[in-house]
Design a protein around this ligand. Structure first.
Ligand SMILES: [Cu+2]
Length: 161
């Protein structure tokens, strides 16, 4: 039986309802996997230059978090999904010969007794083709699928980087 512990979700929603920045981050633990410090980059539906034309893939954003594994075995983050975007991929940003690029990866290993941080310039969850603007303080639903721990769904607040 899957056990879900949600901390600070109600507090975060309360804050965003008042228009204040969602300073409190969600922490969720399920089947030995803990997800904390989760946030998604606030994003406009316009391109960064304010132009009315959008790139072919639409507006994009990235989601970041700390994933901790307290199980006796390593786990693997296999898939991410969200109804806030047309497509969601697991990406890694790398620097090669001074050029920053990012690419989809088949998964992220979370070693036993350890944590992996998804952060700008490293691993991240890529949201491609946003269905709406992500304003600071708003939240979106995201679901992560792990090989051992199964599906973990939670709300993630939009923040300016
Ligand atoms: Cu990316």
């Amino acid at each position: 039986m899957k056990k879900i512990i949600l901390i600070a979700v109600a507090f975060t929603l309360l804050l965003s309802a008042c228009g204040a920045p969602a300073a409190e981050m969600v922490s969720i633990t399920q089947n030995g996997i803990e997800i904390s410090q989760a946030w998604v980059r606030a994003a406009s539906m316009k391109s960064e230059m304010g132009a009315e034309t959008m790139p072919a893939h639409g507006a994009v954003s990235g989601a970041f978090m700390l994933i901790k594994n307290s199980n006796a075995e390593a786990d693997l983050l296999l898939k991410a999904s969200s109804d806030a975007a047309e497509m969601v991929q697991i990406h890694e940003t790398t620097m090669q010969a001074g050029v920053m690029s990012m690419a989809e990866v088949p998964g992220i290993t979370i070693p036993t007794g350890s944590a992996v941080e998804l952060k700008p310039g490293s691993y991240h969850i890529m949201l491609i083709g946003l269905k709406r603007e992500l304003k600071q303080g708003e939240t979106i639903s995201i679901n992560l699928s792990f090989q051992n721990a199964g599906d973990i769904g939670f709300e993630i607040p939009a923040q300016m980087p």
